[in-house]
Design a protein around this ligand. Structure first.
Ligand code: CMC
Length: 428
């Protein structure tokens, strides 16, 4: 909706651009006609000031530390809701009624199995492959198995593909884990909840009964909720960009997984725990803080800082509390938690971190919990991908149905050589 205009003056010529308002958050200047009105592009590496789309899913106020899904605060969802309910909310815009929720659960549950032939894919990977490498490959390969849900212009096929992706991610993630430890794959058990089923496929073995610990299941579900969606972050933007060309949903989500893997994004949870383990004991923290502040050292405190949150990350608050609860309840005394707490305290008092508004992010405490549950660090980002699939799929659907959507095609500021003539090899 246009809400006033912004004037751009270039020399003696000025042009008006519409200002658009959302329901909350900064207004945007609609510059779609800039190139045409002028012969200029805008320059915004990393899209720090650019809204790439209109979205009604997730709202973040980074200064106030607010994260809302369809209007609901993340802490309320984490404390009171379930991951499946949040998935429904993100996909459909409203919390489900009891019967809507049951129907949704049935749909997701029906799709938990993967094509039997898909398991042969795993055997092609080296046993020590990083599970994120396996995820990129196997999720991309889904498009070769489910041809009946790749027509992005058919709403029913989009819905089936969305349900398939959400339902099959835990199965594929658990298979990636089983493959890495050399244990047989475990089939989904549809009598279990989404999260319990994932834990069962991950930790049960045919030789003995596996009892799902409700503390672990509840912590895991909370972690999934906290990672479900996060506005136009790098991997979500990747999914949207891939989808803008009309690529099928399985390929788009595989692209999102690839982007998430990076240590500045989803890979930070693995990097954060590795860092805490490397620090080892609280007395070594000042050495690492000094390194993080040293401009000549590329080292950064992993799990600290965020492009959008400049006050605190509300997800980190929930996880900080959950980390203590889970370790207490499981009776685990992990020195890594002490190191994390001490590092947080020291960094928050340090002028460098205060000036740059660097606070613990979601990845700082999630690793402590996941490690207590028994996951190897290499699985951390896989779990992030599993949960974020809900957000990716919801954002992808929103994009496909947005009439303003075009293929994503940024421009550039070219600084290479101007036109020159080719010189044959013998003359160079
Ligand atoms: N440790 C030390 N210094 C830092 C850190 C850190 N973790 N993060 C940012 N800085 C400094 C950075 O050196 C820069 O200093 P200067 O202005 O002097 O050059 C300044 O703070 C701003 O950093 P930036 O890289 O320009 O900020 P950004 O918004 O582009 O990056 C970030 C955000 C999350 C990539 C970055 O804070 C970072 O690399 N953090 C560590 C990795 C991490 O924890 N990532 C998880 C993000 S939350 C989960 C997710 O969304 O995936």
């Amino acid at each position: 909706m246009a809400d006033g205009t912004a004037k751009l003056a270039l020399g003696d010529k000025s042009t008006d651009y519409p200002i658009m308002s959302g329901t909350v958050g900064p207004q945007v200047i609609d510059i779609r006609k800039l190139y045409g009105d002028t012969d200029m592009f805008t320059y915004d590496p990393g899209f720090t000031s650019t809204a790439s789309c209109e979205s009604g899913l997730t709202y973040i106020d980074g200064d106030a530390g607010i994260l809302l899904h369809r209007g609901y605060p993340i802490d309320q969802l984490a404390e009171q809701s379930s991951f499946m309910e949040v998935a429904y909310l993100l996909l459909n815009g409203e919390l489900p009624s009891k019967s809507e929720f049951e129907t949704f659960n049935t749909h997701i549950t029906r799709h938990t199995m993967v094509h039997e032939q898909l398991s042969t894919f795993f055997r092609g990977f080296r046993r020590d492959a990083h599970p994120m490498a396996i995820m990129c490959g196997v999720v991309g390969a889904l498009s070769s198995f489910y041809h009946d849900s790749t027509d992005i212009n058919d709403p029913k096929q989009r819905e089936i593909a969305s349900h398939r992706l959400i339902a099959k991610m835990p199965t594929i993630a658990a298979m990636a884990y089983k493959y890495s430890v050399g244990q047989p794959f475990v089939y989904p058990k549809n009598s279990l909840s989404y999260t319990e089923n994932f834990l069962n496929m991950t930790y049960s073995v045919p030789a003995e009964e596996y009892e799902i610990d409700p503390i672990i299941a509840s912590a895991m579900d909370k972690i999934f909720i906290l990672h479900a969606d996060h506005e136009q972050n790098a991997s979500t933007s990747t999914v949207r960009l891939a989808g803008s060309s009309g690529a099928n949903p399985f390929a788009c989500i595989a692209a999102g997984i690839a982007c998430l893997w990076g240590p500045a994004h989803g890979g930070a949870n693995e990097a954060a725990l590795n860092m805490l383990r490397e620090i080892g004991t609280p007395d070594r923290i000042p050495e690492f803080i000094a390194r993080a502040k040293n401009k000549d050292d590329p080292f950064r405190l992993m799990g600290f800082g965020h492009r959008v949150y400049k006050n605190f990350d509300p997800r980190a608050k929930v996880l900080s509390k959950a980390a203590t609860e889970v370790l207490d309840k499981l009776g685990i005394n992990d020195p890594v938690l002490d190191t994390a707490r001490e590092l947080e305290q020291l960094a928050l008092k340090d002028q460098y971190f205060i000036d740059k508004k660097l606070y613990p992010n979601v990845d700082f405490y999630s690793g402590v919990i996941l490690s207590a549950i028994g996951f190897p660090t290499t699985m951390f980002t896989v779990l992030f991908a599993l949960a974020r699939t809900v957000g990716w799929v919801a954002q992808w659907n929103e994009m496909i149905t947005d009439p303003a959507q075009k293929i994503g095609r940024p421009r550039q500021l070219y600084t290479g050589p101007t036109q020159r003539d080719y010189v044959p090899l013998g003359e160079r």
